[in-house]
Write a new protein. Structure first.
Length: 279
């Protein structure tokens, strides 16, 4: 009986996920009844009042924001993971690991509030601008995804066979060379999985980004230009649209793009994990 309960639960979850994808996809594809795909994906003019729905700035800003946040977060996360896995004593690791996990439990609106009151004014003072843009949002996202990358990377490093480290030291390598030239490359599949999961979190984050990015529907020319990403565009505009309108369908199309990006990241994780198992 329990077997059928588990099978039914798995089938129900699969059906719910499939239904969400189908519903969002059907609504999103209706966008192209009034807007050409070429205009939607490659135009930079987002003026719903004039029936112009160019979503390229949102897609570009989303990818740029994710890339910058990962670039800021990965070096710190990998350094912290290596320190906790191979350098820190046990008592320190037992303190640091729960401390990093606490970052995951902080609501995103708190991160956004800190960004608005601390990071945005500081950047505005340094640069002489308003301070809003991709850079403050990337700093906030880097802090938010750091615990995910750090925890998974540490587990990947700690799960490596001890003989790898012993063999490297026996051949005359220093401890530093062993960590960065032997252990880190050996843990690459787990580290790549951690980075991809962090990217998924960064792409889907809404509230913290909404509070610090500026929310102007324009192409950013620098990291400190006010702009809008896919998630914040949906949140900002959904309340102003009527269901079934071209504007509303365009927002559903953005949601479909986010779903597709998430599915692609999951497939990449599966491929990386499968290759690591084969090796």
């Amino acid at each position: 009986m329990m077997r059928w309960v588990f099978v039914g639960s798995a089938a129900l979850v699969s059906a719910i996920i499939f239904s969400i994808i189908v519903f969002v996809g059907m609504q999103g594809l209706k966008t192209f009844q009034g807007v050409s795909p070429l205009e939607f994906f490659f135009s930079t003019d987002w003026t719903p009042g004039q029936q112009k729905f160019g979503a390229f700035p949102f897609l570009y800003s989303t990818l740029m924001l994710t890339l910058v946040s990962v670039v800021l977060s990965v070096p710190l996360a990998l350094s912290g993971a290596m320190f906790m896995a191979k350098i820190a004593p046990k008592w320190m690791r037992e303190i640091l690991r729960p401390a990093t996990d606490l970052f995951v439990g902080i609501p995103s609106v708190v991160y956004g509030l800190i960004g608005m009151t601390v990071i945005v004014p500081a950047l505005g003072k340094i640069t002489g601008g308003i301070g809003y843009g991709i850079l403050p949002a990337a700093i906030i996202l880097a802090i938010m995804i750091l615990p995910t990358i750090l925890s998974i990377s540490e587990d990947a490093i700690r799960s490596l066979p001890v003989r790898l480290e012993e063999a490297s030291l026996a051949l005359g390598a220093t401890r530093w060379q062993t960590m960065w030239r032997v252990l880190l490359p050996a843990a690459r599949p787990g580290i790549l999985t951690a980075i991809i999961l962090g990217m998924g979190r960064a792409i889907g984050e809404t509230m913290a980004v909404f509070m610090v990015i500026g929310n102007s529907p324009q192409m950013p020319k620098s990291l400190l230009d006010s702009t809008t990403v896919l998630t914040t565009a949906i949140v900002k505009d959904m309340g102003n649209t009527s269901y079934g309108s071209t504007w509303n369908n365009a927002l559903y199309m953005m949601a479909l793009l986010l779903l597709i990006i998430s599915l692609v990241l999951i497939l990449i994780i599966r491929i990386v994990a499968k290759r690591s198992e084969i090796k």
